[in-house]
Design a protein around this ligand. Structure first.
Ligand code: SF4
Length: 185
């Protein structure tokens, strides 16, 4: 199986979830949020195809990382490949937790074929569209206040949405991250 990526695996990110993370940048998104931070990832024919076996080998060799984050683009458009990778990480790299960003909500993902299975295999889902009128630069790991930081595995297991309350709290984020009015989501 292959996955369409926007960029090679990127390690040592501190803005795409808690800790030091490796990001898998998926290519393709049809949500068209106004003022999206990453429009180059929208084209479903853009980026490049990567073999999952190649990515698995790269994941095997990761060092000094807290976890892996699926971002994009929207990883949910490639749910089969993302699910296979998430299962692989859970089985072979138990030291790495998994975050996933999506413009789809938790409730929408639950209704997708394999959506529940995916949610059961990721630790944190940051869900929802980026909404410019709800934008805040003081929200860690999300761009607008409608987005939720959800403990995905735990939510599926208990049949109700369990937020990560600590991470949902606004923080006084370093002015460095606000430079040039950039949005980090
Ligand atoms: S879901 Fe994310 S990548 Fe897609 S348009 Fe919205 S902000 Fe951009």
């Amino acid at each position: 199986m292959t996955i369409r990526l926007a960029a090679p695996l990127q390690s040592d990110s501190v803005v795409d979830g808690e800790g030091i993370r490796t990001v898998i940048w998926t290519q393709g998104c049809a949500h068209a949020c106004p003022f999206c931070h990453n429009p180059l990832t929208h084209d479903f024919k853009g980026g490049f195809e990567e073999d999952l076996d190649t990515l698995k080998k790269q994941i095997d060799s990761l060092e000094g990382q807290t976890g892996i984050t699926f971002s994009g683009g929207d990883p949910l458009y490639q749910i089969d490949a993302v699910l296979e990778l998430a299962k692989y990480i859970n089985k072979n790299r138990k030291d790495l937790n998994i975050w996933c960003y999506s413009g789809f909500t938790y409730e929408e993902i639950l209704k997708m074929p394999k959506g529940k299975e995916l949610l059961s295999n990721i630790d944190i889902l940051v869900d929802g569209l980026f909404e410019i009128d709800k934008r805040s630069l003081d929200l860690p790991f999300r761009g607008s206040s409608n987005q939720r930081i959800i403990q995905a595995k735990k939510s599926v297991a208990s049949n109700k949405i369990i937020l990560n309350e600590e991470l949902m709290k606004p923080k006084d984020i370093s002015p460095l991250y606000k430079k040039d009015d950039k949005i980090y989501i």
